[in-house]
Design a protein around this ligand. Sequence first.
Ligand SMILES: NC(=O)c1ccc[n+]([C@@H]2O[C@H](COP(=O)([O-])OP(=O)(O)OC[C@H]3O[C@@H](n4cnc5c(N)ncnc54)[C@H](O)[C@@H]3O)[C@@H](O)[C@H]2O)c1
Length: 440
Amino acid sequence: MQFNKVCILGLGYIGLPTASIFASCGLDVMGVDTNPDVISILRNGGIHISEPGLRDLVHKAVDSGRLRVSGTPEAADAFIIAVPTPFLEDNQGSYKGQSYRLADMRAVKSAAESIVPHLRKDNLVVLESTSPPQTTLNLVQPILEKSGLKAGTDFYLAYSPERVLPGQIIRELTENARVIGGIDKRSAEAGRDLYAHFVKGEIVMTDATTAEMVKLMENTYRDINIAIANSFSKLAVRFGIDIWEAIRIANRHPRVKILNPGPGVGGHCISVDPWFFVEAAPDLTELISAARQVNDQQPHFVFNLVKQLFSNDLTGKNIVALGLAFKPDVDDLRESPAIEVAKLLSKDGAIVRAYEPNKNDAHVAGVISAPTLEEAVKDAELLLLLVGHRELKELDPTKLLDLTPARLAVDTVGGWDRQSWSEAGFKLIRLGVGNSHQIK
Ligand SMILES: NC(=O)c1ccc[n+]([C@@H]2O[C@H](COP(=O)([O-])OP(=O)(O)OC[C@H]3O[C@@H](n4cnc5c(N)ncnc54)[C@H](O)[C@@H]3O)[C@@H](O)[C@H]2O)c1
């Protein structure tokens, strides 16, 4: 199938790079976003997203005249929906007394509705937003058919999940294998022809619901595996061993690959997507729901660990939270467990000051923060490592001795070497390590 013009709805981390790459392949692209600030920033030559290589790509696309932006869609050969699918903040579901989060599909609905007046015969519509199973068939298709056109007969409809890694989006967009799930074979083929403009990885065709499930299964698989590691870390404390050593040894088994425990699971994908399964089938998802709860409890586990170090009274204790992002070496704070730990500590009376190397504001997501490490640690009683940022893992404990009065440190990510911290004079407590293995 031949495509000359694509309309992309949602110009965020996914939509903007996708729009720019299509434009760089010679297609005429209309990028649509309902946030007027996004449109005005892009029209004024800026970008609102921090992603390596993106600024250049967007500028080239705009300068070539092939990428235009607007607040509303217009007629095109293909439409791509890449709008957010977070969960609802103020509403939860419940099954057998266990609560679960609900997907907020309002942006997908309104994006599909905004396409209706522009939909023409032989158009292709692709949903890229991570969505609960059967969203393409049960939510998007009926909305699009309000146009009077029939999916599969008059227009093509497909689901194609995005699996890029923030920080590597541009390379992964082109190199990753891409799944295209059509509501029928011709829709999958139309999707393949569209993405073949820039995808160098394998293009795998399937049906729409399989493609939706593939995306959710990938993130649920990781969530459950992190939950196992977090459970093991608690067992390690109970039985007085060092979880990091135990995982290293277990992983020498050729078919075992245990992930690392930590202060919890964050970000807008792994901590969100498994709930889409739970909401869609609460009676079949005990394991998925339990894993989510294990990971959501982990910030409380870290909070209790720290509290015990101060004889259960945190009042007035000076604690430095090292790292606030949801994972190492990014500045993304969405659903970050580190932020939750910091907030739990300060709510309980501790004086918490954070240092997030990738942000230097005075407040980062409501946590009082210092612009430099020196400033952050100068009055500290406890150094609390919450994110394995390279800069924080590589801290030299002997140099820290002059910067801080703290001689107590807690490592929740397996980032600090117990020997060198202990030799420098710190009492280092590591998550998942029983008392007999903590060097005093
Ligand atoms: N960011 C990632 O790394 C990543 C990876 C895989 C999948 N995803 C999924 O891709 C989807 C998009 O994520 P993102 O990170 O790009 O989101 P984002 O929040 O960065 O951007 C989404 C944009 O859509 C705009 N928008 C909202 N409603 C709209 C509408 N009706 N019409 C047009 N624009 C609208 C918003 O203003 C926003 O600018 C989500 O479902 C997400 O789960 C994201």
